[in-house]
Design a protein. Structure first.
Lengths: 266, 279
């Protein structure tokens, strides 16, 4: 009896989670411009309209560039801090961990306006206005934590004995890093990098405040076009594409590191 | 052993590892936050629109005394509490089914099924609900739609943050040994009593951990409110309006302190339960 109730709640919960996403997929083929329900005609014209939409394409490209830039910075900074915290004893170690988490723990709008006013009062006078670069800086700030968490967990589990053995056998620090340390943390870097990219790709609030004029990431493009009725079909197709694409990182994480890899976005 | 030399070298290594990240996060980011906090005590000259850099409690006085701000704060708190409650009620049975009832194979797929939507764009999910709740939309043709408004905001935020509640509770349940449940059953407790007496007390830190997500994410949100909220406003919208349209950064900073303050109080309150280790 209890079992049966639990099973129905689970099924209902999954329906609650997936029904809205399925609706977007179905509506991308809905012949009616305003998504009248139930759909009467099937059409693929919105998909071709979206494919030829310059604004959406540019925004996608901007998002990819911002995501790659932020991920690269996060990989370097996150790994550095993870090594410092795990391999060294120093005063204020706990504070460092807290500092890394802070950008995602605080509401996005706080980080957004803080970075915006700092950029306008410190960096803009130096001649570097807001643009794609400021978006990358903003995203990298809250992406560091994903790489840091993954690499830290890996370092904690693997210990230092292999590196010590390598050094005892006469390897230089560079060789030890190349042949021992890097292979050891490679999949953690991949998982952290994947999460960082996904966080950046999806972000809208910090982006709103750090993007220069004319810089539109995909979420910003979607948001700007969300309230325009004549753009609705194209927005819907872009949304459908993003839903389909969201399966990709889960699949990749499964392949690389087993089911636990995608277990946390933070 | 050249211990001194080794120690010196390690200190250099540490400095090399930490300098760039600390310059970025410790100096630039924390500095920006500090300036924002300080600017909450500044004001804007009503005529020239320029920021007056003199200490004043004016902004905070306005927030505390004027009814609009008190109402919006209470409304945001109410939304955050409602969203958290809905997520707990939905997540408990789902996580329990995943961890204790489903076969290992099914469990594997259920975890994936819960995780996958986390990768789907936040904006896309809010958009999906805008379509779902629209007049003449699917919900309207089936049972009638509540339309856009505060109720829609609560539903959509619960939808968005539900996985963040399921996952810590599931993790907590996975650690709970089956023998405890069996012992309780052997001693004659029925399902409900075992749940209240054994499962729930053990899950408290996990539930709090999940609630940190649902609570803070709901408090800071203003995008969902714009998409499905109709005319209703939460704290985030007031901050946004004061940065943009009103161009009053000091006042925006002062309002932004409200959710941060609430979160600090909340974190200190749940800290004792061990919730922070569950994150």
């Amino acid at each position: 009896m209890t079992r049966w109730v639990l099973r129905s709640v689970m099924a209902l919960g999954l329906f609650f989670i997936y029904a809205p996403l399925l609706l977007v997929l179905v509506n991308s083929f809905n012949g009616d411009r305003t998504f009248g329900w139930p759909p009467h005609d099937f059409t693929t014209q919105w998909w071709s309209a979206a494919w030829h939409n310059g604004g959406a394409r540019d925004a996608l490209w901007t998002s990819v560039k911002a995501g790659l830039g932020a991920t690269a910075i996060a990989l370097v900074l996150g790994t550095m801090v993870a090594f410092a915290v795990q391999r060294f004893q120093f005063f204020g170690r706990d504070t460092v961990s807290l500092l890394i988490v802070l950008p995602i723990a605080l509401p996005g709008i706080v980080t957004g306006i803080a970075l915006d006013s700092a950029w306008r009062s410190v960096i803009a006078p130096l001649g570097l206005g807001k643009g794609l670069f400021s978006v990358i800086v903003g995203h990298a700030t809250f992406c560091v934590v994903t790489v840091y968490n993954n690499v830290l967990a890996r370092l904690r589990r693997s210990g230092v004995s292999f590196e010590e053995a390598s050094a005892d056998l006469g390897a230089s620090p560079a060789q030890t890093f190349r042949y021992i340390t890097f292979p050891m943390i490679r999949s953690a870097l991949l998982a952290g990098g994947l999460l960082a990219f996904a966080l950046s790709f999806d972000e809208i609030i910090v982006t709103t405040f750090t993007a220069g004029p004319g810089i539109q990431t995909l979420p910003i493009w979607i948001f700007n076009n969300l309230f325009r009725p004549n753009q609705a079909p194209v927005v819907n197709v872009v949304a459908a594409v993003l839903i389909v694409l969201s399966v990709l990182p889960v699949w990749l994480a499964q392949r690389v590191a087993g089911p636990e890899a995608g277990a946390s976005r933070t | 052993m050249d211990n001194d030399q080794g120690l010196g070298r390690r200190r250099w290594q540490l400095a090399a590892l930490l300098s760039a990240p600390m310059l970025w996060l410790g100096v630039a980011y924390l500095g920006a936050l500090a300036v924002l906090l300080v600017s909450a005590f500044w004001t804007v000259n009503g005529f020239t629109g320029e920021v007056v850099r003199e200490f004043s409690l004016q902004n905070f006085r306005t927030i505390v005394t004027e009814e609009v701000y008190r109402n919006v704060t209470l409304r945001s708190l109410g939304v955050a509490v409602a969203v958290t409650a809905i997520c707990v009620v939905l997540a408990l049975p789902m996580a329990f089914y995943m961890a204790k009832v489903a076969s290992p194979r099914t469990r594997h797929w259920l975890v994936i099924a819960i995780l996958t939507p986390l990768w789907a764009s936040y904006l896309v999910k809010a958009y999906a609900w805008r379509v779902l709740l629209a007049n003449d939309g699917p919900l309207d043709s089936l049972i009638g739609t509540p339309g856009y408004g505060l109720f829609a905001v609560v539903i959509v935020l619960s939808y968005l943050w539900l996985p963040y509640m399921i996952l810590p509770i599931y993790a907590g349940l996975e650690r709970l040994p089956d023998s405890l449940l069996e012992a309780s059953a052997d001693l004659g407790a029925r399902g409900g009593r075992t749940f209240r007496g054994v499962v729930l007390p053990i899950l408290v830190p996990s539930i709090f951990a999940g609630s940190i997500f649902t609570f803070s994410l709901s408090l800071g949100d203003y995008i969902t409110v714009q998409i499905v909220g109709g005319k209703s406003q939460l704290i985030g919208n007031l901050v946004y309006a004061n940065v943009g349209a009103a161009n009053n950064l000091p006042f925006a900073a002062a309002i932004a302190c409200v959710p941060v303050l609430i979160m600090v109080v909340y974190l200190t309150a749940v800290r004792r339960s061990g919730a922070l280790e569950e994150l």
